[in-house]
Structures are given as structure tokens and as C-alpha cells.
Design a protein. Structure first.
Length: 308
């Protein structure tokens, strides 16, 4: 049980669910060739989950002192699991994840793509050891890793199967994955800022230089509110240009109720939020927005088939 808390299994399940959803609720219904077989795609999901789990482990190791202040009940390293054992788990997870990545890169005859897995593992390590202490940059890295977990689907399952006859369709599908990756990046970036506000006391005691430490929690909350207007406006335009104009009424209704409305609620509430409890609530709201945003791929696919 302590090991499950160490690797944040709920977040890993969501990551795996997201990748499975994109393939089997979206790509499989497009009547296109895919580069990976089902079991090979399962290995791709496993690889990203293992590397992400390693990232959580190393982050927990370096966050032990901070978590003693911010989340004393969630501290695992030094209590249930020793630091040495934590490092062993971290190394094992990374080796397994990267090794699978090497195998899959050779399966699609693109051995150079294995560097993507090494890059992600390296980003997560340097985030925990150095980058998270650099204002804004740490938030960008975490958001970028989540975005890459969406784009990697296109890199390994779509790109190698492109031929002249299907290039236009495959490029369009890859573009849709990129749109979702951008959405995931923006929402997760904002959520990381909110989490920094929530954890400001522990971060300050550890000498970190996050945005709320540099300019204060109130100003940071207002900045988060203003930044959130960007994805709100982009989503409005996206819905208008792709959903409304193509007669996708169900997808439009879904997006307004479960993505745009909660995002508007966040924009309004975070502007005046003050207590850690409020920021924790708003962080959860963003997590739900991300979940419902990803789930929209199912609604869109069904709506297209229904209209057809």
C-alpha cells in the first residue's frame, strides 16, 4: 500500500486510461493502419507508466522535507520505505520503461525514437533535483511531460504507418492528438501553479523559488486566473470551428457543460481564493476538467458516427 502511494497510482491509472482511450475509442474507429499491434501498444502504455512512476518516486525522495510540512500524512520515504529502497525502485522502473521504449523503437524501425523515453526520464529527474526550484520552468516541464504522453501515441502508432495514399488522413489524426496535447499542457501548467500556491509554506522553508514565493499567493492566484482565459477562449474557438460548424450538437453540449463551465468557474473562484483548502479544491477542479476534456474524444467520435 505504501508503494502504491509512493508512485501515485491514481495519476498513473489516469495516464494509462488516457492512452488506451485515444487508441481504442478514437484511432481504432478511423479505418486506418496502425504501426503497433494491440500487445505492442500495451507495452507503449506500460513504458510511459513505468517512467512516470519513476518520476513520482524520485520526486518523493527529494520532496521528503517539503512534504513533512505540506502533506505530513503522505510522507513515505523514511517511514514505510527507506531512501535507499526508494532509489532502487526508481532505477528499476526507469530501466524497465526505457528498455521497453528501445524495443518498440526497433519494432517500428525507428531506433532513434528511443531517445524520447530517455528524454522524458531525464526531464523528470532534473525536474525533481533542480528544475522545480526554478520559477515557472518546473511547471512547464511537468505540463510538457503530460503533453508528450499524448503526442507519443502519434509518434509510435500513426507516424510509422503513413504512406502517400493515407498521408492526408493520418496527418489530420496526428493534428487532433496534438490539439489534445496542447489542451493537456495548458490545463496541467495552470494546475501546477495552483499546487505551488497550495504548497507555498513547505516550498518556502526549503528555499525554493516558485511564483507564489516570489510575488505572493494573491498575485499568483490572479495570474492563474488571467492565464486560464487563454485556454477558455481557444476552446470556445475550437468548439465553434470544429463542433458547431460540423453539426456536432452533443459534443458541443458536452464541452460547454463539462469543460468550459468548470473552467469558467475556476477562472472566477481562483481570482479571490486565499486558503490552502480553496486552492486544493481548485486543483481538483482542474484535474476534472482535464479528465472530461480527454473523455470528449469518445463523445466526439460517437457524435460523428451518429450524425453519419
Amino acid at each position: 500500500m505504501k508503494f502504491l502511494k509512493l508512485i501515485r497510482y491514481q495519476n498513473l491509472l489516469m495516464l494509462a486510461f488516457m492512452q488506451v482511450l485515444f487508441r481504442y475509442a478514437f484511432l481504432k474507429g478511423q479505418n486506418i493502419p496502425l504501426a503497433l499491434s494491440d500487445w505492442q501498444y500495451g507495452l507503449l502504455v506500460l513504458s510511459t507508466v513505468l517512467i512516470a512512476a519513476a518520476g513520482y518516486v524520485i520526486n518523493n525522495i527529494f520532496d521528503t522535507e517539503t512534504d513533512k510540512i505540506n502533506k505530513p500524512n503522505d510522507v513515505i520515504i523514511g517511514k514505510g520505505i527507506s531512501e535507499a529502497a526508494g532509489y532502487n525502485i526508481y532505477i528499476t522502473l526507469n530501466i524497465a520503461g526505457v528498455a521497453i521504449g528501445f524495443y518498440l523503437s526497433n519494432v517500428i524501425q525507428r531506433p532513434g525514437f528511443a531517445t524520447i523515453f530517455i528524454l522524458i526520464a531525464s526531464m523528470l529527474y532534473f525536474y525533481s533535483t533542480t528544475l522545480k526550484q526554478i520559477m515557472i520552468l518546473g511547471n512547464i516541464i511537468v505540463a510538457l511531460v503530460l503533453a508528450l504522453s499524448v503526442i507519443i501515441i502519434g509518434i509510435f502508432d500513426i507516424f510509422p504507418a503513413i504512406i502517400p495514399e493515407n498521408k492526408a488522413q493520418m496527418t489530420s489524426l496526428f493534428s487532433i492528438l496534438t490539439d489534445y496535447a496542447l489542451f493537456a499542457f495548458m490545463i496541467n501548467f495552470i494546475r501546477e501553479i495552483v499546487k505551488d500556491i497550495e504548497d507555498v509554506n513547505g516550498d518556502y522553508n526549503q528555499g525554493m523559488n516558485t511564483l507564489p514565493i516570489a510575488i505572493g499567493t494573491s498575485r499568483t492566484a490572479k495570474i492563474a486566473s488571467v492565464i486560464s482565459i487563454v485556454p477558455f477562449v481557444l476552446l470556445l474557438l475550437y468548439i465553434k470551428n470544429y463542433f458547431v460548424e460540423n453539426g456536432l450538437f452533443i459534443a458541443t453540449l458536452y464541452a460547454f457543460i463539462l469543460v468550459l463551465a468548470p473552467l469558467l468557474y475556476f477562472i472566477i473562484k481562483v481570482f479571490s481564493a486565499k486558503s490552502p483548502k480553496e486552492f486544493h479544491h481548485l486543483s481538483t477542479v482542474l484535474k476534472l476538467i482535464l479528465l472530461f476534456g480527454i473523455l470528449s474524444i469518445v463523445v466526439i467520435t460517437l457524435n460523428i458516427h451518429y450524425n453519419a
